[in-house]
Design a protein around this ligand. Structure first.
Ligand SMILES: C[S@@+](CC[C@H](N)C(=O)[O-])C[C@H]1O[C@@H](n2cnc3c(N)ncnc32)[C@H](O)[C@@H]1O
Length: 314
């Protein structure tokens, strides 16, 4: 394959590109409006008829090359995707989020302009726009009817905005590895004390406001005010959760937690925090104790008070 560094850095991971391609009906032509060096286009061409647009002639050439070295076929036009009529009913766009080499979170600086894309997507059967999950909800929802937050490799990689007559509506999180999708719902009331297990939620689930859906499914409750920590009496295995047995729960005081470490013959190898701004390096120093069992220290909040948990991954 051939790469341009900046375009490679912005390209979609193969696993996520495969997910994007799976969103379209079999056998239908899909246009990649922002082909870059072709990561999404390769996945689209692997599933069926595909074509691409790319403004930059070098990237367009590389996209053609990269598609062909995969033994696939897709026409790539060196052109502005917003010019001319669209002779296709399905499209994907991944607007560039860099200006002069620096990242921007201002959608009016993205290229092509998401607002102009959204105006044309309404006339398609389905247009999908890949955007940063860091953009505020009101901007994302103004661009389409459906919104999906994509989890891949334990990260919330992107927000996908859906528009067009066949676009899915509503808000959800999708876990690419397992294919699970959870729709958003209200979060249940938080527990002020932890039960036997702590669960660390996938960031895409939190971003999609879908934590409540997972809680109802597994009988879990959010822990205190710390968005993203859940607790429950039984072990739950889910692609959305990292699960821990709680070995110690106490106030947020390093001396007391150090005593607990001694009692457990344990040491802290990582500090996890949600909604707390502590200095993990300082805490690790304060808690220095070389017990034999490696545990995670989790900081969580209930109102103004910070609390400590010692956790064993299960
Ligand atoms: C984020 S990259 C796309 C990466 C691509 N999805 C991939 O996986 O390789 C965005 C690309 O859109 C191109 N672009 C920007 N404005 C465009 C326009 N109006 N028409 C076509 N391409 C455009 C940029 O040159 C850049 O290569």
């Amino acid at each position: 394959m051939l790469f341009v560094q900046e375009a490679l850095e912005q390209s979609t991971h193969e696993g996520v590109a495969g997910y994007h391609a799976s969103l379209y009906p079999a056998g239908k032509l899909v246009a990649d409006l922002t082909a870059g060096i072709g990561a999404d286009l390769i996945a689209l061409a692997g599933r069926g008829p595909a074509l691409g647009f790319e403004l930059d002639p070098v990237r367009a050439d590389y996209a053609r090359h990269n598609v062909s070295v995969h033994g696939l076929d897709a026409t790539v036009f060196t052109a502005d995707c917003l010019e001319g009529d669209w002779e296709f009913e399905f499209a994907i766009a991944d607007p560039a989020r860099r200006v002069d080499g620096r990242r921007t979170l201002d959608p009016s600086e993205f290229e092509p302009d998401p607002v102009l894309l959204a105006e044309r997507f309404v006339n398609l059967r389905m247009g999908v726009m890949k955007l940063s999950p860091l953009l505020p909800d009101d901007i994302l929802t103004s661009l389409g009817v459906g919104l999906e937050f994509v989890s891949f490799g334990g990260e919330c990689r992107e927000a996908l905005v859906f528009a067009g007559s066949e676009a899915p509506h509503g808000r959800s999180a999708v876990h690419v590895g397992s294919g699970e999708r959870l729709t958003s719902s209200d979060a249940p009331v938080g527990a002020s004390e932890p039960a036997a297990y702590l669960f660390d939620c996938d960031p895409a689930l939190v971003r999609a406001h879908a934590v409540g859906t997972l809680c109802s499914r597994h009988g879990l409750a959010p822990l205190g005010d710390s968005i993203g920590y859940l607790t429950g009496p039984d072990l739950v295995k889910s692609p959305w959760l990292r699960s821990y047995r709680i070995r110690y729960s106490g106030k947020g005081d390093a001396k007391t937690t150090k005593r607990a470490l001694r009692d457990l013959d344990a040491r802290v190898f990582e500090v996890k925090q949600r909604g707390v701004k502590a200095d993990p390096a300082r805490l690790m120093k304060e808690l220095a104790y070389g017990g034999s069992t490696p545990l995670s220290l989790a900081l969580w909040t209930d109102g103004p008070s910070v609390r400590h948990l010692l956790l064993e991954a299960v």
